[in-house]
Ligand binder design. Structure first.
Ligand code: AHM
Ligand code: MG
Length: 310
């Protein structure tokens, strides 16, 4: 078989990459492998969502005060089960858990990584068959091994990320990750049950034509944001404007599109969410890492001169 047609599965790719680092212990590789496994289980549930009793709400709110869906909890439980038993991570912070989860068994307490995870991002789309995703961020712990991890291990700057990625459960299921050496994407081939390398070394196109934000909050955005949106809509042949508006409402799906097609995604600050709605640990840091690794730019909103809106 010619090299061009050879299928490279996720585990093979992870191991190939590991050999590029002679000092690598294999722990990060094993951790990524286990995340891939959990993703397959969650994918199965997402695909069967209409058939099994997994749609709808559990009747409680999560740490961010949002309605918790059954599938959110299912995804949380499955990722947590996998991470708890794999022995390569000493703690988990999940969007669906109020507190950090410290893993204290003999194997885990010796592990050097902690994980922040949004088990099912885009929850508002679950019940209506629109793409959702999982986002993960891996940090090296700051606390000494052979003991419990602590909050400081999780509250690290995004610059300290060792690896990050996401899984999009969409028209096909794709796992995208980076360990700081470019971005690669793997599409799940359901016939063999493997994530296969489909988008090697992803690069965001320089000139995107999409802008993506929830414009219904326009009246609450800072003036500069609305001015920028007007710029996107203005007619200008040279810069191929107007740009097209696309907004799924699942950050994973919106950014995945931008990664492939180019464009800008924004979740601006507003009165109800003065720092924007997206969470730094679970959403912004890992997605910014991926975007930058693919040659894009990620920014957090810094106060600028806000002119009054007329
Ligand atoms: P979630 O993690 O509770 O699903 O919330 C995060 C999601 C993002 O995926 C998406 O970009 C945003 O919330 C959509 O918010 P809105 O409906 O306010 O536009
Ligand atoms: Mg989320």
């Amino acid at each position: 078989m010619s090299q061009a047609h050879r299928v490279i599965i996720l585990n093979e790719f992870i191991l190939q990459r590991q050999t590029e680092y002679p000092d690598a212990s294999g722990e990060l590789s094993a951790l990524l492998h286990h995340l891939g496994l959990a993703a397959k289980i969650v994918n199965r549930a997402v695909n069967k969502a209409g058939l099994i009793d997994i749609l709808g709400s559990v009747g409680a709110s999560n740490a961010s005060g949002e309605d918790v869906k059954k599938l959110d909890m299912f995804a949380h439980d499955h990722f947590l089960n996998t991470l708890t038993t794999c022995g390569q991570c000493c703690g988990v912070a999940s969007e669906e858990s109020d507190d950090i989860i410290i893993l204290e068994d003999d194997l885990s307490r010796n592990a050097k990584y902690v994980i922040c995870i949004d088990p099912l991002d885009g929850s508002s789309n679950i019940d209506v068959n629109v793409s959702v995703g999982t986002i993960f961020a891996i940090y090296r712990r700051l606390s000494p091994v052979n003991g419990p991890c602590n909050q400081e291990d999780f509250l690290q700057t995004g610059r300290n990320l060792v690896a990050a990625g996401y899984i999009i459960y969409g028209s096909s299921t794709v796992l995208v990750y980076s360990t700081g050496n470019g971005v690669n994407a793997f599409t799940l081939d359901p016939s063999i049950g493997e994530f296969c390398l489909s988008h090697p070394n992803m690069r965001i196109p320089e000139n995107g034509i999409y802008y993506s934000l929830n414009e219904s909050y326009k009246n609450y955005f800072p003036y500069a944001i609305n001015e920028f949106v007007e710029y996107c809509k203005a007619d200008d042949k040279a810069t191929k404007r107007p740009y097209s508006s696309r907004y799924v409402g699942s950050m994973v799906a919106d950014l995945h599109r931008n990664l492939i097609k180019g464009g800008i995604f924004l979740y601006p600050p507003m009165k109800t969410h003065p720092r924007g709605k997206l969470r730094m640990l679970f959403e912004c840091n890992p997605m910014a890492f991926i975007v930058e690794q693919a040659g894009g730019i990620a920014n957090r909103w810094r106060k600028c001169h806000i002119r009054p809106q007329t």
